[in-house]
Design a protein around this ligand. Structure first.
Ligand SMILES: Nc1ncnc2c1ncn2[C@@H]1O[C@H](COP(=O)(O)OP(=O)(O)OP(=O)(O)O)[C@@H](O)[C@H]1O
Ligand SMILES: [Mg+2]
Length: 306
């Protein structure tokens, strides 16, 4: 379990993490979600003791990371910027890490197999592709067979197969009872991976809730109908208990589904020009939630994403 308590990090005037409190529980994947610059990496660095909190604290299974006798056995972490010695082979890199934590060499082969890098174990990591580097980072995180795993943007640079592999791995680790914290700025990916979400923006917690609740709350849908007789159809729908808003010849209907809407119209001999279900995406919901806290917004993001 990871417990952050009014965790704060300031760099000079800049508040990167602002009184953040949350609990990451074992047995499920917790998604740490936020736009660029939200403070995800800074928070994760504080979890594993690479950055010292300005105020507040964070503990892993009740103790501060720096107080862990064999840290790799307590928390496995994949961080954004990995410090790799480019001339070392993948095997040597992991062997060196293992040795410093009293982990047997046999475990190196095990984790290389786990991440699918056994064939390139003898290659220098300087020549690794981004995806291979991510896999090596994950291998390093799993080296100590840790009960707590922290992965910062693990799917960055991975192809679709790799993304699916990370998703399955995170879920498997959680199913084994481990505490798994995975950061991302992609809502859609997190919706598939995480059981629980902690959403941050500009260093503050904006939401902390089960993924299912986020989806239920935000992925609203409505029936869109276009008809030359909007007034009549709206009246009919309202009498059937629907919530209807009208804009010109278009009605937005909630509470009555598309099939029932079509049947009501047919029954009254009303003409339809269009009938369909419109779902607002989770990505839209995430954008709305974090709208006030995006640091590096493009001038007109709406036009880019459509
Ligand atoms: N060493 C540092 N010195 C000064 N400012 C920093 C430092 N590290 C991070 N920051 C600032 O803290 C804020 C949070 O950065 P952080 O890297 O934690 O965000 P993030 O959520 O990981 O973003 P991204 O999605 O881009 O990885 C940013 O405004 C960043 O500029
Ligand atoms: Mg980051």
């Amino acid at each position: 379990m990871i417990v952050a308590s009014v965790l704060t990090k300031r760099y000079g005037e800049r508040v990167a993490v602002d009184r953040v409190s949350f609990t990451v529980r074992p047995g499920r994947v917790t998604g740490f979600l936020g736009p660029n610059g939200a403070g995800k990496s800074t928070t994760m660095r504080m979890i594993i003791g690479l950055d010292r909190p300005t105020e507040g604290s964070v503990t892993v299974d009740g103790i501060r990371y720096l107080d862990c006798p064999a840290p790799l056995r307590a928390v496995g972490a994949l961080l954004e910027a990995r410090a790799l010695h480019p001339g070392r082979t993948a095997w040597a890199h992991l062997r060196w890490m293992a040795a410093s934590n009293g982990i047997p060499a046999s475990r190196v082969d095990e984790v290389l197999g786990l991440v699918g890098l056994e064939a390139v174990a003898g290659q220098r990591v300087g020549r690794f592709s981004l995806g291979m580097g991510q896999r090596l980072g994950i291998a390093a995180a799993l080296l100590g067979d840790p009960p707590v795993v922290v992965l910062d943007e693990p799917v960055n640079g991975l192809d679709p197969e790799g993304i699916r592999w990370v998703r399955t791995l995170a879920r498997d680790l959680a199913a084994e009872g481990r505490t798994v914290l995975v950061s991302s700025h992609l809502m859609a990916e997190m919706a598939l991976t995480a059981d629980h979400l902690v959403v941050i923006g500009r260093g503050r917690v904006l939401a902390d809730l089960p993924t299912a609740d986020f989806i239920a709350e935000h992925a609203a849908s409505y029936v869109r109908v276009r008809t030359p007789q909007p007034g009549e159809l709206a009246e009919l729908l309202r009498r059937s208990g629907a919530d209807v808003t009208r804009e010109g010849d278009e009605l937005r209907v909630q509470g009555v589904d598309a099939a029932a809407t079509g049947e009501l119209a047919a029954g009254a001999g009303l003409v339809l020009h269009e009938l369909g279900l419109v779902r607002s995406s989770l990505e839209d919901a995430f954008m709305t939630l974090t709208a006030g806290s995006v640091e590096f917004a493009a001038a007109r993001p709406a036009e880019v994403t459509r």
